[in-house]
Write a protein of this length. Structure first.
Length: 331
């Protein structure tokens, strides 16, 4: 009656008259079903492989070096800041404050390109790694910079000085890819800042630019808020103190307004920083009214500050001022 031997029956399943299915068919069908389900849930793509990297410290020391070299970082090349910094990155100079994100940093560093200068450039660089691990790379650099003041907006002054900056950054793999700076600490000696802002960028040309070129022309609301006219603006600016011995550029003095005038000339959100009377800015802060009195020791270690001083002496600058006058060449 259509029966099969017992040994074959034990490995056969029937599905209707004349059809016989072996268990191997069910296994194959189950595998196909699983594959289809996985592909469906992943959008038809296999899950990405998670790369694994060596924990060997020497590998990541090299990665920190290679990452910096591949990034071609240049502190004054602000047109590339969006490659190196993110919106969470910060830059801080003790005497002037903290700037967050590439946009604020670019405005701040581009002060070196403002009309106050004939030029501002770097002459030499002395880098040293302070830390090079998988978690973080810390590179400390001392630059020799040279600047010449535009006499239309100051005095015919040329200065050379040592500038220190410390980069805290990460790389994403041993090849040094994914270079990202999350913090930059910046150093200028207080005597240099006093000389630049009190004896270099100073005089009637600066005052007139700030009052007429910035406050009156671009910051009408601040002009009205302070009840200014041409003469009263000049009088109130002249009455402000110069940069104090700490070189601070965040207090109620001329230096802070010189610094922020370069920003406010092109970006109205900085106009409150030019106000003689306290006025909140776009972030709810008061600038150029009272200093935070951050000191270099808050941002740099003793050995780092000593290195800046030592390099200053090596290149011929006094240890206490860390700058020298250079020959002024009319442009």
């Amino acid at each position: 009656y259509g029966s099969v031997p017992t040994s074959e029956a034990a490995n056969t399943t029937t599905d209707g008259p004349g059809k016989k299915w072996r268990p191997i068919y069910f296994v194959a069908a189950a595998v196909v079903l699983i594959v289809i389900t996985v592909l469906y849930k992943s959008g038809g793509e296999s899950p990405p492989e998670v790369p694994t990297y060596s924990d060997d410290p020497a590998v990541w020391q090299q990665a920190c070096v290679v990452g910096f070299q591949k990034a071609e970082f240049d502190f004054l090349a602000t047109e590339r800041y969006n490659e190196w910094y993110t919106e969470d990155s910060v830059m801080q100079l003790a005497q002037s404050g903290t700037f967050k994100g590439p946009g604020e940093m670019i405005e701040y560093v581009d002060f070196t390109k403002a009309k106050f200068f004939d030029y501002y450039k770097s002459l030499d660089s002395y880098p040293q790694f302070m830390k090079a691990t998988r978690d973080e790379c810390v590179l400390f650099i001392v630059n020799i910079n040279k600047a010449q003041v535009n006499p239309t907006y100051g005095q015919p002054v040329c200065l050379e000085t040592t500038v220190g900056f410390k980069l805290h950054y990460t790389v994403s793999d041993p090849e040094g890819n994914g270079f990202n700076i999350h913090r930059t600490n910046l150093y200028y000696s207080a005597p240099f800042l006093v000389e630049l802002f009190s004896n270099g960028i100073t005089g009637d040309g600066v005052r007139d630019f700030i009052c007429e070129g910035v406050l009156h022309k671009n910051c009408g609301d601040v002009w009205d808020y302070n009840g200014l006219d041409e003469e009263s603006c000049k009088e109130r600016y002249d009455a402000l103190p110069g940069v104090n011995e700490g070189g601070y550029l965040d207090d109620k003095a001329k230096g802070c307004r010189i610094l922020h005038s370069a920003f406010a000339e092109v970006n109205k959100k900085h106009c409150p920083h030019m106000s003689f009377k306290p006025k909140k800015d776009y972030a709810g802060n008061y600038w150029c009214q009272e200093s935070g009195y951050v000191v270099a020791e808050d941002l740099f270690t003793g050995p780092e500050l000593a290195k800046i001083q030592n390099i200053s002496v090596e290149v011929g600058y006094p240890a206490d001022t860390q700058y020298k006058h250079c020959e002024y060449v009319a442009m």
